[in-house]
Design a protein around this ligand. Structure first.
Ligand SMILES: Nc1ncnc2c1ncn2[C@@H]1O[C@H](COP(=O)(O)OP(=O)(O)OP(=O)(O)O)[C@@H](O)[C@H]1O
Length: 504
């Protein structure tokens, strides 16, 4: 029989050497957190209501670290404070958008607090720091072009300080890489991370970026050759993109620490990925859709153009609005850019109805009684959707594509299940209503018009004249497929990278 966890603790200790009374409430209520007061003799009942007690909400605590002193009862409480906009300052000024890291030296903290916020023994940072610059295997990647471009500032003001608290110094125990171009992350993986992984070295990446940074790492690892000694690198995500689908879906954003708590307290788990294989003429659109690039060609797929993803592969409305809103002008609006582009797609200025996407969609379903053998031995069978026109076709490995937009409510963090959301063309107002339900916890999947199911794979053959309607989105990247071209999406069985997460 397990021992019941006490929900609140009151004890005497010290804060910065001054005698203090601590009160820790560990229930899942809104007021969960650490309270402390100096020189006040309080009963537990009135502690939470006292205004003279200081309060650190659980949502703000990054970790409680053992202090590097001789005394085993000394700790450092690392937490964030929200940056308050000073009176007279511009509310929109991004200087005030980032939380500030604070630390507090404490002795004899409530044991429940120490337990709940202990750093993970197998976290990314503890196993990968080197002793000399040659064997550094911890990399901080700062994606300067992501989201609202706050990553660089957060590294300097917060991440560096937090890593210092766990005894890690820049250039000695870890390297920092600032992205200079779209290929910086790919180049780093090819030049350093993949060769070391192939030598059997365990490596960690602290990635300040959106989903794009993760997908760059995944694609570079998958596109190269992996040796028998290959050891999966692991990624701790600090969400600095626009959508941050992975971070939201892995519950990294449920507290106020911008991923710092997960970085210190999370555990490594395999990141499920999928492969999207395209017909020979498919091209990656870059430079805001102005230029094209060749895709990686996968020899295992007969040299077909390939992109790997960890989030979403879509065609129709979703892919269109991601592509159309990827301009400097739109990006200024953050995640709102997707909704703005959706309105333009659903209510064309010439008064016409939204585009009906023409193509043949087939779904690979698990079938226990018959069908071809899948990679993991279960039987599978392809089924064609009867209609030839579509509004929305989206396969995903995650629950949320942006904060509050729950496209696949059945998806659990890292469950490795590919799910399909699809529906036929509708009036703009009706599409708006359906997709609006995704912001209500994913209620759109309860609509009769919406198909929602777990799938093993997806195949689309595009029957569009204009290439604008044959754009496919893979984790924010846009691939344009040629006329009569196709894409096949399958889950990848091989494990190539871990992600740090607390929700599993
Ligand atoms: N300095 C840079 N110059 C040019 N491109 C950059 C630079 N830094 C990052 N990038 C690119 O900008 C893109 C940003 O992608 P990322 O996903 O991180 O942010 P996002 O698109 O704002 O967020 P999300 O994918 O979560 O919506 C990536 O393709 C990345 O390679």
């Amino acid at each position: 029989m397990g021992v019941a966890r006490s929900t609140s603790t009151r004890c005497e200790g010290k804060v910065d050497g001054r005698p203090a009374t601590f009160y820790y409430h560990r229930d899942e209520e809104e007021d969960r957190g650490l309270r402390y007061a100096f020189g006040i003799d309080l009963g537990p009942d009135n502690f939470t209501t006292r205004e003279d007690a200081d309060y650190i909400p659980a949502q703000n605590i990054i970790a409680v670290l053992p202090a590097q002193t001789a005394l085993h009862d000394d700790y450092v409480v690392l937490f964030v404070e929200e940056h308050r906009t000073p009176s007279g300052a511009d509310e929109e000024d991004s200087t005030y958008a980032l939380p500030v890291v604070r630390s507090m030296a404490a002795t004899s903290l409530p044991s429940g607090l120490v337990e709940d916020f202990a750093p993970s023994a197998l976290s990314c940072w503890s196993t990968c720091s080197g002793d000399s610059s040659e064997d550094i295997s911890l990399h901080v990647i700062v994606s300067s072009g992501s989201g609202a471009r706050l990553a660089e500032r957060f590294y300097v003001s917060a991440v560096k300080q937090v890593l210092g608290h766990v005894g890690l110094q820049q250039d000695t125990q870890y390297m920092v890489h600032y992205t200079q171009s779209e290929s910086t992350i790919t180049d780093l993986v090819y030049s350093t991370i993949l060769p070391k992984a192939n030598e059997g070295v365990s490596q960690a990446i602290i990635l300040l970026s959106g989903d794009g940074g993760v997908v760059d790492v995944v694609n570079a690892l998958m596109s190269g050759t992996r040796s028998e000694r290959y050891v999966k690198p692991n990624i701790a995500i600090l969400p600095f993109g626009t959508g941050n689908a992975l971070a939201h879906s892995l519950k990294i954003t449920t507290d106020k620490t911008m991923g710092l708590s997960t970085m210190l307290r999370g555990h490594r788990h395999n990141l499920p990925i999928f492969q999207a294989t395209f017909s020979p003429g498919a091209r990656l659109l870059v430079n805001q859709g102005r230029d094209e690039q060749d895709l990686h060609r996968d020899q295992a797929q007969g040299g077909a153009p390939t992109v790997f993803g960890a989030v979403v592969c879509s065609w129709g409305l979703h892919a269109g609005l991601v592509a159309d809103s990827d301009t400097a002008e739109y990006r200024k609006f953050g995640a709102e850019r997707f909704q703005m582009a959706a309105k333009e797609a659903l209510f064309p200025t010439d008064g016409s109805t939204p585009h009906a996407y023409k193509g043949t969609v087939s779904i690979l379903r698990r079938n226990s009684s018959r069908g071809a053998q899948s990679q993991d031995g279960a039987a599978e069978e392809w089924h064609g959707l009867e209609r030839s026109e579509h509004a929305y076709v989206l396969a995903t490995l995650v629950s949320d594509l942006e904060k509050g937009f729950t496209v696949s409510p059945a998806s659990e963090p890292l469950d490795g299940k590919l799910r399909l959301v699809q529906f036929a063309p509708q009036e703009g107002d009706e599409v708006m209503r359906i997709m609006g339900l995704a912001y209500q916890g994913g209620k759109h999947v309860e609509e009769d018009a919406v198909g929602y199911e777990e799938i093993e794979g997806l195949r689309i053959r595009f029957e569009e004249e204009d290439a604008r309607w044959s754009r496919v989105c893979v984790d924010g990247k846009i691939v344009r497929v040629e006329r009569d071209g196709w894409v096949v999406v399958r889950k990848v069985v091989e494990e190539v990278v871990d992600v740090v997460c607390m929700a599993v």
